[in-house]
Design a protein around this ligand. Structure first.
Ligand code: URA
Length: 190
């Protein structure tokens, strides 16, 4: 079945509207944009990162900085383009200081990622890095142990991978990332 045949009704606009409530959240104060996500709302693959950085906050689009360039190359290894997947973050606003998301911020954002996931209804969820992986899998096991190991959570296949930003200066992680994206490509052929 084609992905669009699975749920024809959901438009990017609907997903965007769901997240507009973020603007009313006090945690959105001082941030330039709510970075709700980007890509195909009927995607078979939902990519989940941690939170917008400076570039993402400025442009309102996830993964547009150095990690984004790396992500685009890695997606190509799996035979995917940015336009074919949906890219979102656990947090829709840039955390203060661009790191260390606060517990109350995570809690405020949680319903939006849940709604996005339900609306997109992907087959695969790819979690990038420790934070997203622990959040989605509700585990304390780190990404070093989990990366490249397919998990089943309800009806979703969850595939944890290192965060592309963590691999920029680490060749071993870069090699693992490339291997894991190649594995993702194989899984998508099945
Ligand atoms: N890192 C993330 O986790 N998300 C982004 O959108 C950008 C960098």
């Amino acid at each position: 079945m084609s992905s669009s045949a699975r749920h024809e009704g959901v438009s990017l606009e609907e997903i965007r509207t769901q997240v507009q409530a973020c603007h009313a959240c006090p945690l959105a104060d001082g941030r330039t944009n709510v970075v709700f996500g980007d890509g195909d709302p009927h995607a078979r693959v939902l990519i989940i990162g941690e939170a917008p950085g400076k570039n993402e906050d400025a442009q309102g689009v996830p993964f547009v900085g150095a990690a984004g360039k790396s992500l685009s190359k890695l997606l190509a290894i799996a035979g995917l383009t940015r336009e074919e997947v949906f890219i979102a973050n656990v947090l829709k606003c840039r955390p203060p200081g661009n790191r260390n998301p606060r517990a109350e911020e995570i809690e405020q954002c949680t319903p939006f990622l849940r709604d996005q996931t339900r609306a997109i209804d992907p087959e695969f969820i790819v979690t990038l890095g420790n934070f997203a992986t622990k959040y989605i899998l509700k585990t304390q096991v780190g990404i070093t142990q989990l990366h490249g190991q397919l998990q089943q959570i309800g009806r979703f296949k969850v595939f944890p991978i290192y965060h592309p930003a963590a691999a920029i200066y680490d060749r071993k992680k870069q090699a693992a990332l490339e291997e894991d994206f190649a594995t993702l490509g194989e899984l998508l052929k099945k």
